[in-house]
Design a protein around this ligand. Structure first.
Ligand SMILES: Cc1ncc(COP(=O)(O)O)c(C=O)c1O
Ligand SMILES: N[C@@H](CCOP(=O)(O)O)C(=O)O
Length: 461
């Protein structure tokens, strides 16, 4: 299985190489050259299997010979052993034909744990074979960072730096990143918004002297392995509702487009998905682009669903690559225009995107109202991101079951939940002392050279 860049000018890599490389050297994102298709009988055979076994069967065809089968099974087992629910990703019913996929039972209470716990295991296994030491730099609007800290803290061959927008993540998210005491993890509170953090991470990858000097790797969803691990729960939830005999639809709270792109891959693999609905908060660039055909940034607006406060939606590039007939030159041109503020999607590409994704947006007031309504009618306490999904899903219900992804635990965002319900959800017992632990973080400017200096200084030995 080969991996190629969305900009068409980087070396073709294996799965293992793409995982350790992160951003392609031409600035693009790696995607599989071809997507393996599962036969209907193979999908049907997933029903009733453990989450771990489904994960093995769904991901195995993408891996080539990076891991032996027994080794990969063991990595999967270790990755999900710390989850607080036997089903890993349980479904609960919200309405007649509407289900919620709870993706927040991992160690840091967000869907990021599904991929981050596995990539942590896979990277450790790969590094143990080569004896290498790497530096991971990641950008976060709150959840990727905490999940990465949990997955990589204490490892002797990894230094992890997480850039988060200062003052724009919830207190729980910040503390999840600033309270790990292990010396190999570093929380950097940067001036700016998430888009700035993500842009600086990509700048570091595009500075080859720096990149090669510190042996830079990435665990944002620029890393294909992150997207791949997220494909699994589309399969596990769909088969439990009758796929492949019965089609299902998904609504996905969306920011960086990684999670919904995983759904797109599941559909290409043969999973019968009727609708794939993008749900945005008031940072609605994706919804606007789908409606108007113009992808134009207009500044990140803080919201009560802060993890989705994103305008430059990294993985949209992967969808554009397919929408433009896998023309890397065309994608490079669009990304150059994006740096200057935006681009117009061609008619042909727009037609493909509209045929593939539906979309909707949810205002701040609607988010609050949805949390309140879901609790009153079902007893389910939604986090604000999941509420964005539930509200938009409500506009797309049809004959087939709709599955809305619940991407984080409500206790990560107690202020929004309290505003809706008048009560603050409690953190799980194992995290009960989060607010008593000492914090450790470094304030950094939105400046590439200054950030590189911090990374170099702390990785020098
Ligand atoms: C809680 C939560 N919901 C939704 C999203 C959006 O996911 P994606 O960036 O994959 O679109 C994020 C951030 O990624 C998140 O942390
Ligand atoms: N919402 C994310 C933003 C980064 O997304 P990623 O999937 O590319 O890592 C976060 O919580 O950090």
């Amino acid at each position: 299985m080969n991996y190629i860049s969305t900009r068409g000018a980087a070396p073709v890599l294996t799965f293992g190489e793409a995982m350790m490389t992160g951003l392609a050297r031409d600035g693009g994102l790696y995607v599989p050259e071809t997507v393996p298709v599962m036969a209907k009988a193979e999908i049907a055979a997933l029903a009733g299997l453990t989450y771990e076994e489904i994960a093995f069967r769904v991901m195995r065809p993408f891996l080539g010979d990076t891991f032996r089968d027994d080794e990969f099974r063991e990595l999967i087992a270790k990755a999900y052993s710390g989850f607080g629910h036997a089903a890993r990703a349980p479904l609960v019913q919200l309405g007649a034909n509407h289900f919620l996929l709870e993706l927040f039972h991992g160690p840091t209470l967000a869907f990021k744990d599904f991929a981050m716990q596995l990539i942590g295991q896979m990277m450790q296994a790969a590094l143990a074979k080569t004896g290498e030491r790497i530096t991971i730099v990641g950008a976060t609007s709150g959840d990727t960072g905490s999940a990465a800290m949990e997955a990589f803290r204490g490892l002797s061959n990894v230094d992890l730096f997480i850039l988060f927008p200062h003052g724009r993540v919830s207190d729980v998210q910040r503390r999840q990143m600033t309270t790990p005491s292990e010396a190999n993890v570093h929380a950097l509170a940067m001036d700016g918004d998430f888009d700035d953090c993500q842009a600086r991470v990509k700048d570091m990858f595009n500075d080859f002297a720096f990149r090669d000097g510190v042996r830079l790797a990435g665990v944002n969803s620029i890393n294909w392995a992150r997207v791949l691990a997220q494909v699994v729960y589309y399969f596990s939830s769909a088969v439990s509702l009758g796929a492949p005999e019965r089609a299902v639809s998904f609504t996905v709270p969306t920011g960086n487009f990684g999670d919904i792109f995983a759904g797109y891959i599941a559909r290409k693999m043969g999973l019968p998905i009727e609708q794939l609905v993008i749900a945005t908060n008031h940072n609605d660039i994706l919804d606007r682009a789908m409606r108007s055909g113009a992808y134009k940034t207009d500044g990140v607006k803080p919201s009560i669903s802060p993890s989705m406060d994103i305008q430059v939606s990294s993985n949209f590039e992967r969808a554009l690559f397919d929408a433009y007939g896998r023309d890397g030159g065309a994608v490079s041109q669009l990304m150059a225009e994006l740096k200057a503020g935006g681009f117009a999607i061609s008619q042909g590409a727009l037609q493909m995107l509209r045929g593939t994704f539906a979309s909707g947006r949810c205002s701040e007031d609607e988010t609050i109202a949805t949390i309140r309504h879901a609790f009153a009618t079902t007893g389910e306490v939604l986090c604000p991101h999941s509420a964005v999904g539930v509200k938009v899903a409500g506009e797309h219900l049809g004959a087939v079951p709709m599955i809305t992804l619940a991407t984080a635990h409500p206790a990560k965002f107690p202020d929004a939940v309290e505003a809706a319900m008048g009560a603050r959800p409690a953190l799980p017992l194992r995290m009960g002392d989060l607010f008593d632990r000492p914090e450790r973080m470094t304030r950094v400017p939105n400046d590439l050279a200054a950030l590189q200096a911090v990374v170099r200084e702390r990785t020098a030995r």
